[in-house]
Design a protein around this ligand. Structure first.
Ligand code: ZN
Ligand code: ZN
Length: 107
């Protein structure tokens, strides 16, 4: 199983030009560079990953980042070889997750 960095599109305009504008110690506010909508990412735990996987490096600062619903570590990655719908996994605790938007504020 291959894990890849999360990629998201703006929930308002669909642009992929989305920047994570804060730090995990603070919040998960993202901003769209196209329409300036802001939103946060959240995860919901839907199961447990039993397959082994290589722990990828932490995401770049500025890359879309979401907290694990269970352990709250900002180390959520997409499972590269499943979906649609895409599924996500926490590299820290192996929770199987889905990704959603919250706090959407159109720009
Ligand atoms: Zn947008
Ligand atoms: Zn976790």
């Amino acid at each position: 199983m291959t894990l890849t960095p999360i990629s998201v599109v703006c929930p308002q305009c669909g642009s992929g030009d989305v920047l994570y504008s804060c730090k995990p110690e603070c919040c998960y506010n993202h901003v769209c560079n196209h329409c300036y909508t802001t939103f946060e990412l959240e995860t919901i735990r839907v199961g447990e990953v039993t397959e082994s996987f290589e722990i990828p490096p932490d995401p770049d600062s500025g890359a879309p980042t979401a907290p694990c619903a269970r352990c709250h570590e900002p180390r959520v990655f997409a499972m590269g070889d499943v979906g649609p719908p895409p599924q996500f996994v926490c590299a820290a605790c192996k929770a199987l997750l889905t990704l959603g938007y919250t706090e959407i504020a159109p720009g």
